[in-house]
Design a protein around this ligand. Structure first.
Ligand code: SIN
Length: 289
């Protein structure tokens, strides 16, 4: 293969909290270039979520790019793209009133080994609206008081997909009738519970981050949901406050790659009557400690 001249990666922060825009890379051509991949990886660790514009990725190239960072997840409850089990199509049509990911969460924390990261590629964006907001969970931990840190450091939380993907979950049940663009499948499997530390140490940076999210965290270990809720509600509000966030405006060809170990995200549902279509691959991570 002829050697292609490669510009230096340009990495520019987009907010004071997290997020950086990367220019100077064509991922369809450069996903097999080790220098590019290590630059992208470092930018992800430094900024928690990174963005690219003007990309053109086939499903095969998207999968190949994702595999440079680990094995890829096959979603248990969202029907995959035909012929591409590792890609989910995150979509909303003109007639849909619900969207996918419209609440604060980190992806698939109901798994024993939740996601390292997710790579979302935009095929179709609404004329306005449909932005995604990201929140830095290192900051969320760092800004807690010493007393709260000490208490949370020793605590374990219970995560489950029950209320989202269980038979009566809010992404299944009646929800699918309002989100026809996607096939979301309810299952009793979603009732399984897993334990994760409330504060996890990032396996690559060694920094501590808060690791609870409103989508999947139900209670603290050895406590009831009623006992857990006041503290969980405090923490959910704390960890998504505006100063910890950045917001990304999508265009066709945009990509966001976020580190689920250190970031939560929220897909805004403010574009009724318009279409939005994305492909997502999710890179498997390790067991939080
Ligand atoms: C998600 O992966 O939660 C969806 C994010 C988005 O569509 O912006």
């Amino acid at each position: 293969m002829p050697t292609q001249k490669l510009q230096e990666l340009s990495v520019k922060p987009i907010s004071g909290a997290l997020g950086a825009m990367i220019d100077g890379v064509d991922l369809a051509r450069h996903f097999d270039n080790n220098r590019v991949i290590s630059g992208v990886h470092q930018a992800l660790l430094d900024h928690q979520v990174i963005f690219f514009r003007g990309q053109q990725l086939t499903p095969e190239q998207h999968v190949a790019f994702g595999r440079r960072f680990g094995t890829l997840n096959v979603h248990d409850y969202v029907k995959a793209m035909d012929g591409h089990p590792e890609i989910i199509v995150v979509a909303k049509n003109e007639g849909d009133t619900k969207n996918f990911g419209g609440g604060w969460h980190s992806d698939v924390t109901y798994l024993e080994q939740p996601a390292l990261g997710s790579i979302l590629y935009c095929l179709e964006a609404p004329e306005f609206g449909g932005d995604t907001v990201f929140a830095n969970q290192y900051m969320a931990y760092d800004r807690l008081s010493l007393g709260m840190k000490r208490m949370l450091d020793g605590m374990t939380a219970i995560h489950t997909a029950r209320d989202v993907y269980g038979p009566r979950g809010h992404a299944t049940g009646g929800y699918t009738a309002n989100l026809k663009a996607m096939q979301i499948l309810g299952s009793t499997e979603a009732e399984k519970e897993v334990e994760h530390p409330v504060v996890r140490t990032h396996p690559e940076t060694g920094r501590k981050c808060l690791y609870i999210n409103e989508g999947f965290t139900k209670r603290f270990k050895d406590m009831t949901e009623a006992e857990s809720l006041p503290l969980l509600e405090y923490l959910w509000a704390h960890c998504t406050q505006p100063e910890f966030t950045c917001r990304f405006r999508w265009q066709p060809g945009s990509i966001a790659f976020w580190d689920n170990r250190a970031v939560q995200h929220y897909a805004l549902n403010d574009y009724h009557g318009q279409r939005r279509r994305m492909h997502r691959v999710t890179v498997n991570g390790d067991r939080p400690v």
